[in-house]
Design a protein around this ligand. Structure first.
Ligand SMILES: [Zn+2]
Length: 104
């Protein structure tokens, strides 16, 4: 959602699960420019890292405490699978959170 008008989407609809999400240059509704300067979204990397760490710790804790007989190798395998599945959502979410933190 656009941080200025909160109406239009920031990303184009994804073509398939194998394509990376593509961000629009400007908002369709209010012409707000999303990528304002080169390297603007570098800060979104920290948000992405925080989300990934939170997801990793939460997944590990759930697997460790809900399935006590599960071997450590299986926990790591499932954890890696969850992290790979969530990577695309994490990428989009971290950028959207970042432009809402620093909108101007
Ligand atoms: Zn807008």
């Amino acid at each position: 959602m656009c941080p200025n008008c909160r109406i239009s989407a920031v990303y184009y609809p994804t073509k398939s699960i194998f394509h990376m999400p593509e961000m629009k240059v400007k908002c369709d509704n209010c012409n707000y420019k999303f990528d304002r300067e080169p390297g603007y979204f570098l800060g979104a990397m920290y948000i992405s890292y925080a989300i990934a760490v939170f997801l990793g710790i939460t997944t590990f804790a759930l697997l460790y405490f809900l399935f006590p007989n599960l071997s450590f190798n299986w926990i790591i395998t499932i954890l890696a699978f969850v992290m790979i599945i969530a990577a695309k959502k994490n990428y989009k979410l971290s950028r959207i959170i970042y432009i809402h933190i620093f909108p101007k």
